[in-house]
Ligand binder design. Structure first.
Ligand code: CUA
Length: 358
């Protein structure tokens, strides 16, 4: 075999290995690692279709290989044509009916699952409702019955149906939490509905699944599922947020002033502090979130400081400007923002940079 053929094979194998290396059946965004009934029902439907496709493949490929070997032209055949099967009624009927049977086996459960998972299900009226509005490049979660508006983290109680109303504030996005359920689009001027339920407490990772320009790949979010007591605590933290007293740390108070002076309050709403712009992420109880920048970073003082120092370096294209903050200002804003929702916690001063190391 020539060198060219061998090197082609080697490249092909390397590409296949790289491709398969991306497969993980238990990854945090794997549709195979389901954590709720919606995703499980969809996976079961997929597996049914997959195994039927395997059966079809084995039958077709097996018949092809058998026929190619069994009916090969032999030297003794000369130039004569083999017997022709065109117009064989039995064969024609057989290979029309068999695919129809396979399609029916797939179609019946598919239609049943579509109706079962449809958001407008009438048995759904008592479910907790959340309006999910997608913006370039973050998510707003609004709980109309609870009077809560938050961003990028959907908190839900475990074991309860959550009815989602999907909207968009600008272009088409797509809401997707692979472990909890399939994608559904957020379309301007239209409302799509779906529901989810998480079986176990945990953090489930979500991602915008529709190309929506610059920061699409960084348009992530999290679903944080908690037991009933944890969820109720979170709700009451929001309902009391407007009257929250600031921690007495001087750094936190300095941060609160900078939040107004530096223009943060013009964009970001914080209950009891600022109205902000409804098309920008609301930061009420920001300290209770596990992530920042729409799920891109863990919510730690170091990461928040990096974000405030140069948001474009972390998430190119986003609408947060570089405010040209000094290290002291960043430290104060970090302490303030991280205290939101947990005023009794000691301010976590971000010290990196204050000693000249950064
Ligand atoms: Cu929003 Cu992609």
């Amino acid at each position: 075999m020539s060198i060219v053929k061998w090197s082609r094979r080697a490249i092909g194998l390397a590409l296949l290995a790289a491709l398969l290396g991306g497969c993980a059946f238990n990854g945090p965004q794997s549709t195979f690692s389901t954590a709720g009934p919606v995703a499980k029902t969809q996976l079961d439907l997929f597996m049914l279709t997959f195994w039927l496709a395997v059966v079809v493949f084995v039958i077709v490929a097996g018949a092809l290989i058998y026929i190619l070997r069994r009916y090969r032209r032999k030297a003794s055949d000369g130039d004569s044509l083999p017997p022709q099967t065109h117009g064989n009624l039995v064969l024609e009927i057989a290979w029309t009916i068999i695919p129809v049977i396979f399609l029916v086996i797939i179609a019946v459960p598919t239609v049943r699952v579509i109706f079962q998972l449809e958001g407008r299900d009438s048995s759904n009226t008592e479910a907790l409702e959340v309006v999910v509005t997608a913006y370039q490049w973050w998510w707003e979660f609004e709980y109309p019955e609870l009077g809560i508006t938050t961003a990028n983290e959907l908190r839900i109680p475990v074991g309860e149906r959550i009815r989602l109303k999907l909207r968009s504030g600008d272009v088409i996005h797509s809401f997707w939490v692979p472990q909890l359920g399939g994608k559904n689009d957020n379309i301007p001027g239209q409302e799509n509905e779906m529901w989810l339920l998480a079986d176990e407490p945990g953090i489930y990772y979500g991602q915008c699944a529709e190309l929506c320009l610059t920061a699409h790949a960084y348009m992530r979010f999290r679903v944080v599922a908690e037991d009933a007591a944890g969820f109720e605590g979170w709700v009451s933290a929001f309902q009391n947020a407007a009257t929250q007293e600031l921690a007495s740390e001087p750094l936190v108070n300095q941060g609160a002033q900078l939040f107004q002076q530096k223009g943060c309050a013009g964009c970001h709403g914080v209950a009891g502090v600022s109205v902000g712009n409804s098309k920008m992420p609301n930061l009420t109880n920001f300290g209770l979130r596990t992530s920042l920048a729409a799920g891109v970073l863990e919510n730690t003082p170091e990461n928040l400081a990096d974000w405030l120092r140069d948001p474009q370096a972390i998430k190119p294209g986003n609408y947060m400007p570089n405010l040209g903050l000094s290290n002291e200002e960043i430290a104060a804003l970090v302490a303030y923002l991280q205290s939101l929702g947990k005023p009794d916690v000691q301010a976590q001063a971000y010290l990196g940079g204050l000693d000249g190391t950064r």
